[in-house]
Design a protein around this ligand. Structure first.
Ligand code: BGC
Length: 813
């Protein structure tokens, strides 16, 4: 499809760093586009599917509400299994037209002469221009604009302008709510039960409203959608002839209207969505009817929505000059992050879903990915990270149950979490390369606990929110610390503690070759992070002791014996080393077989699916020195080289940081990047040793979803952790920004390709503009804010940054 002179989007849009634009027909990638063209507001989101589309090979309309899950039982491979999934909600988009008595606009009945889709990220507006011809050569142009309101979180709206280009006549318009949906976005879940919803009620008010209520089968959540459809002709609202259409699971209206050639008709459809999880409502349908009755028409909704986006963009401004087109992917990442997690999410009980609210991959579960997401949010929307940490805190009782079931103390958060915080990791997952189910032992990734602890501490360091630390954070640190301490076993022979039977971040190793599935021992990542966590738990204990009297402890106070034990463990955990002195990923990694991975790559295209391919060949990644994703190197993602050195030395091992470049090289050569998080971690790690390569990897991470580099998986949702993590490389990786010891630290090292960087961050209540250009680093504290001067360390020199003050430091000074 070429440019079309009648298409407003072709005429007005050139390359723009705020706009995702598609004007070529490509059925193979339409599902991926639908993910990237999702509009949402952190409360709910709707994929960018066409309003006339139903789910088929190349389309998948999907709408998801944050935190709304349901559990279904399936029979697979002779086994009964239960899976909890985020639920695909009734489709509110359906809108189509026909000439009276003709064929409805569906993909098969019309020729798509021209189609152009533009997502304007500055305003959160998806615009579609479509020129179709029917079998009689009648050409009709549709201009559709769509939003999910960032100003009013329960509202979505779709405006359709219809112009009959070379004909005139009476047309029918059908606007509906379609509850005949199931979960079908992920092909590898094809064998699993998918029908989560039953439509329990439909209705209409005889004027312009129709509604549909559905209920999930086991979580018994009610979802109500009410749609209002108005028609305008010549700028005036008209009362078209209307009839209600009602089929099983679907309710809508058909409107009839006479239209002259070239004249335009505007259909203004708005929907209100409420669920029984919402607060401050009596009942979802009542709330939705009230909301839609008060809703303004599209243009006014758009004004309020754009203003809300404008405010968000001011907070989330990331300016960069690379001369290489990176601004567009940066905007895409910020935009989708905020559509999955926004200020509206802070009011919910929801976590950080791995695929955003953009698809059904990983069943919308919550993993450790928040480790990559929080740093960017902490500096801009700490009220949101606080709420996301409270999602964890509310699930402590489940986490305690899980630890107890393993015979441990404290609390163990699940590797995959959904509604109530029980372990949701499937026991078997489909291997498409082998055409069979494989056992999945990833629930041994207890390190998710360490991520929660890390996030608590960094939230506290960035915000100084002592109220949170005392009321929730400390308990999270103590309970995860307690679990880690009970997992560690003491070896009196060399006065060391071991942690056995776990999995590190690298999912290729769920055990040793002779005992797969039983976990590996002494993961360097797990043990070093555990030492750090126990030390921070002790710090939190001391801090609270200092600020609070005895009566404030509410049963949290730790005994001296426990504190001493934690201290001992945090100094005596075992870390293994390779003969060349490098930290060993886990005990015995160095004894595993080596293989020529370049040769493997030549045979199989890439290494991403290395684990699944090996299994299909009846081999196992457990046998090899290969990692799915950054594992040991995650330590350098989370800690500076100085901190890591101090941590290893605190464990009483000699460690020379000069060995770090060799360590990076060793593990990078063995990493397949089978997770999108891996490139983020590696780009970060390289930012200190090989900036040009780091930039190359960051560019790959920034373009990973846009170019669908993750093997087609973008059609099933975004990679939220990688999106936020890549922004954080710009924010913290290249500026050396860090918060520790009650100070802000900076040490900028931009890659040569990145000429300047300009960001606003909020540190302990103070907004600070941070700008790095080739000659200097400039910090400017916003004059507002009564915060005490922030302490900032820039290359070992400490500055006081008072409100309104500016600090300028030459880059090589
Ligand atoms: C990665 C995990 C990650 C999950 C969800 C997996 O492929 O190995 O580290 O948490 O995807 O993003």
């Amino acid at each position: 499809m070429g440019a079309d002179p009648g298409c407003e989007l072709c005429v007005s849009s050139g390359p723009d760093e705020w706009v995702l634009s598609y004007s070529d027909a490509d059925p193979a990638s339409e599902r991926t586009r639908e993910t990237l063209l999702t509009v949402g507001n952190g409360y709910f989101a709707t994929r960018g599917a066409a309003p006339e589309a139903t789910a088929d090979e190349s389309h998948y309309p999907g709408t998801y509400a944050a935190g709304l899950y349901n559990r279904l039982t399936s029979q697979v491979d002779g086994q009964t299994r239960e899976d909890e999934s985020i639920v695909n909600l009734p489709n509110w988009l359906p809108l189509t037209f026909r000439s009276l008595g003709g064929e409805w606009l569906v993909p098969e009945a019309f020729e798509r002469v021209h189609e152009h889709l533009v997502l304007d990220m500055r305003r959160g507006l998806l615009t579609r221009e479509l020129l179709v011809a029917d079998r009689n050569g009648r050409r009709t142009r549709l201009r559709q604009r769509r939003l999910v309101s960032m100003a009013a979180p329960h509202l979505g709206a779709l405006e359709t302008r219809i112009v009959l280009e070379n004909w005139s006549g009476r047309i029918e318009i059908r606007s509906a709510l379609d509850g005949r949906v199931s979960n079908g976005n992920v092909s590898s879940f094809g064998a699993l039960a998918a029908q989560h919803l039953t439509v329990t009620e439909t209705g209409c008010d005889g004027r312009d409203l129709v509604w549909l209520v559905a209920e999930t089968s086991s979580s018994k959540q009610r979802v109500a959608e009410v749609a209002r459809t108005l028609v305008y002709q010549g700028g005036h609202e008209v009362r078209a002839d209307r009839r209600t259409v009602s089929e099983a699971g679907l309710i809508g209206q058909e409107l009839e209207i006479d239209v002259g050639q070239g004249e335009d008709v505007v259909i203004d459809k708005a929907v209100a969505l409420f669920t029984s999880r919402d607060r401050a409502i009596a009942e979802p349908l009542v709330a939705a009817r009230e909301e839609i009755t008060d809703a303004s028409k599209f243009e006014d909704l758009l004004l309020a929505h754009s203003a809300a986006w404008d405010r968000l963009w001011q907070r989330f401004h990331v300016g960069l000059d690379d001369g290489d087109g990176s601004r567009l992917p940066v905007h895409v990442h910020v935009f989708h992050l905020l559509q999955a997690l926004s200020p509206h999410t802070a009011d919910l009980d929801a976590g950080v879903p791995a695929p955003g609210l953009h698809g059904e991959s990983y069943r919308g579960h919550i993993f450790w990915d928040e480790l990559f997401v929080f740093p960017f949010l902490n500096f801009r929307l700490p009220e949101l990270t606080r709420a996301l940490l409270r999602y964890r805190h509310r699930r402590l009782p489940q986490a305690r149950r899980r630890a107890a079931a393993l015979g441990m103390k404290g609390a163990l958060f699940p590797w995959e979490s959904g509604s109530d915080g029980r372990e949701e990791t499937p026991r078997a997952s489909w291997n498409p390369h082998a055409g069979r189910w494989r056992q999945d032992y990833s629930s041994r990734q207890y390190h998710v606990n360490l991520a929660v602890a890390y996030n608590v501490w960094h939230y506290w360091q960035t915000t100084a929110d002592f109220g949170f630390l005392a009321a929730y954070g400390a308990e999270l640190l103590f309970e995860t610390g307690r679990f880690a301490a009970s997992l560690a076993t003491y070896d009196p022979n060399d006065d060391r503690y071991d942690i056995r039977g776990v999995m590190g971040p690298d999912e290729f190793h769920d055990g040793y070759p002779d005992r797969p599935g039983q976990g590996i021992d002494n993961s360097a990542y797990v043990n070093i992070m555990t030492a750090w966590t126990l030390a921070r738990a002790r710090d939190a204990h001391e801090l609270i002791g200092k600020h609070h009297g005895d009566e404030m402890w509410q049963g949290l106070r730790l005994s001296d014996a426990e504190l001493q034990k934690w201290d001992h463990i945090s100094r005596r955990l075992r870390v293994c080393f390779l003969p060349n002195g490098l930290i060993e990923q886990f005990e015995g990694y160095g004894r595993l077989a080596e293989r020529d991975w370049d040769e493997f790559k030549r045979q199989h295209g890439d290494l991403k699916t290395l684990g699944l391919v090996l299994e299909a060949e009846n081999d196992s990644p457990n046998r090899y020195q290969a990692s799915k994703q950054a594992d040991v190197l995650m330590l350098l993602y989370l800690f500076t080289a100085e901190e890591l050195t101090a941590l290893v030395r605190q464990l009483n091992y000699p460690f020379d940081p000069a060995i770090i470049p060799q360590m990076i090289d060793y593990y990078m050569r063995r990493t397949s990047h089978g997770s999108s998080l891996s490139r983020v971690a590696h780009a970060w790690v390289l930012s200190r040793t090989d900036r040009s390569r780091s930039w190359e990897m960051l560019r790959a991470a920034l373009n990973s979803d846009i170019a669908d580099r993750e093997g087609g998986s973008t059609s099933e949702g975004i990679h939220l952790g990688a999106m936020a993590g890549s922004l954080d490389i710009l924010q913290r990786g290249y500026t050396g920004l860090d918060t520790r010891e009650d100070m802000l630290w900076l040490n900028p090292m931009l890659p040569d390709e990145l000429r300047s960087l300009d960001l606003d961050i909020r540190y302990r209540g103070q907004w600070i503009n941070l700008r790095v250009d080739p000659t200097k680093l400039t910090l400017h504290a916003h004059p507002g804010g009564a915060a005490p001067p922030s302490k900032v360390t820039i290359r070992e020199r400490v500055y006081d940054l008072a409100p309104g003050a500016t600090i300028e430091v030459p880059r090589n000074g």
